[in-house]
Design a protein around this ligand. Structure first.
Ligand SMILES: NC(=O)c1ccc[n+]([C@@H]2O[C@H](COP(=O)([O-])OP(=O)(O)OC[C@H]3O[C@@H](n4cnc5c(N)ncnc54)[C@H](OP(=O)(O)O)[C@@H]3O)[C@@H](O)[C@H]2O)c1
Length: 309
């Protein structure tokens, strides 16, 4: 659907095809220093900029990184500026690390209000498409984000302001990148799609990588392993949003694609800086409760109609 045709229609509580007005003047802060935001992969790139921006907005930020020294080195300058930033080690691809982090968050911080699943890997150069590291990519970008989310779900404070999960995703994982009609149909049918089916889709992809048949199966053509990880993350996010809504939980789940951004992941190529992305990402994470959708996919600050892409 063109953005012109989509404009004005709503989906997931967001108006499609038109940019959200994220101007700070229009916002009244619903959060305080008591509001806790956890950001993964926050020692560099978009995650670091986003952690800094959320702390500058006045929240308490738990900056996490898989490496203790790199994480502490990233958190210390923010603390030196008087920002409320704690560092904790967290490798999202490691079940023991995730469990240890969840215990620490429960026992030491008492819970959280915002989770930003940002940590991710890609091993491809801009114009290459190797799947050599597909298992690591899927284990980090999809299973890692999912494992952490499920571990932290019971710790959301479900405040009156509504707790939120923002998954930093990519338009490379949107349905218009898939050419296999049966896969498209599976992902489109939201009434019958299940989390098990999404896991099975990922297992099927990894099996095809192992037997060398993945290339002709209709998967996204660009950065295929990374795109499949984001395809799965986008589908899981929508299913989780529905699951939480159905049980009346006050936790929203949305995805945000920052666009081509100059970070290590793109070897410094891109049209935006991590700081520009952090500015918009933080405002999406801090949307006023009355304007907060769930199950939405934001391409920059424009909600997309997932099913008609
Ligand atoms: N840059 C873009 O153009 C672009 C576009 C669309 C979406 N995105 C998304 O934006 C997010 C941030 O990407 P970026 O561009 O900032 O990438 P980046 O500069 O490569 O940073 C990735 C971060 O993730 C961390 N990480 C990797 N594996 C981890 C693990 N197992 N556990 C915990 N942390 C881990 C890295 O830690 P180490 O330092 O230890 O490696 C690093 O802090 C990702 O979700 C990416 O997919 C980026």
């Amino acid at each position: 659907m063109s953005s012109a045709r989509a404009a004005g229609r709503t989906c997931c509580g967001a108006t499609l095809g038109s940019e959200l007005d994220l101007a700070p003047r229009a916002r009244r802060a619903w959060w305080s220093r008591e509001t806790v935001a956890v950001v993964t992969g926050a020692n560099r790139g978009i995650g670091h900029a986003l952690a800094a921006r959320l702390a500058e907005h006045g929240l308490t930020v738990v900056l996490t990184a898989r490496d203790g020294a790199r994480g502490e080195a990233a958190a210390a300058p923010l603390r030196a500026r008087g920002l409320a930033v704690a560092f904790r080690r967290l490798d999202v691809s490691d079940a023991a690390s995730v469990a240890e982090f969840a215990d620490w968050l429960r026992d030491t911080v008492g819970g959280l209000d915002i989770l930003v699943n940002n940590a991710a890997v890609s091993f491809n150069e801009i114009d290459t498409n190797s799947v050599e590291h597909a298992e690591t990519v899927l284990r980090t970008n999809f299973y890692g984000a999912k494992m952490l989310t499920e571990a932290l779900l019971p710790l959301f404070r479900e405040s009156p302001a509504t707790s939120r999960i923002l998954n930093i995703s990519s338009q490379l994982g949107l349905l218009n990148k898939v050419s296999d009609p049966s896969l498209k149909a599976l992902l489109l049918d939201e009434e019958t799609l299940t989390e098990a089916a999404v896991d099975a889709m990922v297992s099927r992809f990894l099996a095809q990588v192992k037997d060398g048949t993945w290339d002709a199966q209709g998967w996204p053509k660009v950065w295929t392993d990374y795109s499949v990880s984001k395809l799965a993350l986008n589908a899981y996010s929508r299913l989780l949003a529905r699951r939480l809504q159905a049980r009346g939980a006050r936790v929203s789940v949305n995805c945000f694609c920052p666009g081509f951004t100059r970070t290590d992941m793109t070897r410094g190529w891109g049209k935006r800086t991590a700081e520009e992305v952090a500015d918009v990402g933080a405002r999406l994470a801090l949307l006023p409760p009355a304007e907060l959708p769930t199950g939405a996919f934001f391409k920059w600050c424009t909600p997309q109609l997932y099913s008609k892409l």
